[in-house]
Write a protein that binds this ligand. Structure first.
Ligand code: PMV
Length: 434
């Protein structure tokens, strides 16, 4: 167990102690074969999280804000494997034992990544260090395409563990949402923006765009244990943005050489990072305002500037990270030229990779179609693919077998109806013109 982690996250510690008590009293039973299910969307940041504060709370150096990508999902099942050991003298009998954790990712049995194993052992420590888990997780989007599977993956994993533990019996709705959000963040920072659950009083919304902020609290440098240092919440967005559309241009799908954990550490070594951070929190407040008032131009401009600045920081650290390729620049050049010529409401952004995301109002679809048609005639883009949402799906984290099946997930095969078109540029152009 990572003792410091619980010292720094008192709410999680308190819940773990509550669960130990429940297990001692026979209210929390974990038996071979028990399973939990969840599916989470990925997200694309319009204001980027890049760099974190020290410590184990995974606190970012700046607030960030993203659009949920309901069509780019992970679906995860966590099940208990092996013998069930009853508690002895109020504690798991073999707390020192490390039952084996196994994982199947996208249909392949793999050695569980150390980060995931540590994450799960930390979640279960205190009340269930003696159980073995098997994780089955599937993404409906290709790996290394420019969409972070860690965001959807860790949110779905935290949701599936919550379902396995039947946490609804021990926590109220607010605590449950906080528990999932906190653990998602500890798995991967951006995952906390994928952990937003549907509001119980409203039905799951299938098509309305969801914007989620991960806000750095003003007291974030405080040492007080009980203060929240960051919080995650859904932003109020003007009806103008309710149907903001999104697609991804995949130019290069080779795995990136430097992962985000290393990148976050390098951020502070760039002289540009302090200049970038000086823009916050004004930029963050201004983005929230523009989203709320329906100011498309402001959202677009702020998001593009923010992406550019993050890439400038990346490229100027102690180990320079160059994610943009010449193809990325060429594609963005065409996109910007066509957008500026037509004044269409659309903008681009780029995460830690070479593949641009395009966001656009439905009215701008024909201009984007023109961009794809133009690129499609350029031989340099002959291998490019476009991932385009093809049906309306929920934008939230969905927890539990029943809700997932209702939404058309086939749990036996961990699949669902296709949610994405994966096509070449000219086909994407035709689809957008329909
Ligand atoms: O959640 P991480 O540690 O994989 O970091 C995500 C970093 C970016 O995707 C580049 C930006 C963001 O805010 O999502």
């Amino acid at each position: 167990m990572d003792t410091n982690l619980f010292e720094e996250n008192p709410f999680l510690h308190e819940v773990a102690r509550r669960l130990l008590k429940a297990r001692e009293q026979g209210q929390l039973l974990l038996q071979n074969g028990d399973s939990g299910f969840a599916s989470a969307p990925s997200n694309i940041a319009l204001l980027k999280y890049w760099g974190k504060k020290n410590g184990l709370r995974q606190i970012p150096v700046n607030s960030s804000l993203s659009l949920s990508l309901g069509n780019f999902r992970s679906v995860t099942c966590v099940s208990v494997r092996g013998r069930f050991f009853p508690l002895k003298n109020g504690h798991p009998d073999n707390a020192g034992a490390r039952p084996e954790f196994t994982v199947s990712l996208n249909g392949r049995e793999e050695v569980m990544p150390a980060k995931m194993e540590k994450f799960l052992r930390n979640i279960l420590s205190i009340y269930a260090p003696d159980i073995a888990l098997h994780v089955l997780s599937q993404n409906n989007f290709p790996t290394a395409c420019g969409v972070a599977s860690s965001a959807s993956g860790y949110a779905a994993l935290a949701g599936a563990v919550a379902d396995l533990l039947n946490l609804e019996r021990f926590l109220d709705d607010t605590e449950l949402a906080l528990w999932i959000s906190e653990w998602s963040r500890l798995g991967s920072g951006s995952a906390t923006r994928s952990s937003v659950m549907p509001n119980k009083s409203t039905k799951i919304s299938s098509s309305v765009s969801r914007f989620v902020a991960w806000e750095l609290c003003e007291n974030a440098d405080s040492r007080a244990e009980t203060l929240p240092l960051s919080r995650t919440f859904e932003c109020v967005a003007h009806s103008k943005f309710q149907k903001l559309r999104h697609c991804l241009l995949v130019l290069d799908s080779s795995p990136k050489a430097t992962g985000s954990s290393e990148g976050h550490e390098l951020a502070q070594t760039s002289v540009l990072q302090s200049l970038r951070l000086a823009q916050y929190p004004r930029r963050y407040t201004s983005m929230l305002g523009a989203l709320g008032s329906g100011d498309f131009g402001k959202v677009a401009e702020t998001s593009e500037t923010d992406a550019f600045e993050m890439h400038a920081v990346m490229a100027t650290g102690a180990v320079p990270l160059q994610y943009m390729t010449s193809l990325t620049s060429a594609a963005l050049k065409t996109f910007i030229e066509e957008r500026n010529r037509s004044s269409a409401e659309m903008f681009w952004t780029l995460d830690a990779g070479p593949n641009p995301h395009f966001l656009f109002d439905a009215e701008a679809a024909s201009v984007l179609a023109g961009v794809f048609a133009k690129l499609g005639r350029d031989d340099r883009f002959k291998n490019a693919r476009v991932l385009l949402p093809c049906r309306e799906v929920p934008q939230e984290l969905i927890v539990g077998l029943g809700p997932l099946e209702k939404l058309g997930f086939r749990i036996d095969s961990m699949t669902s109806e296709p949610m994405l078109e994966n096509c070449d540029l000219l086909t994407a152009s035709q689809i957008l013109c329909r």
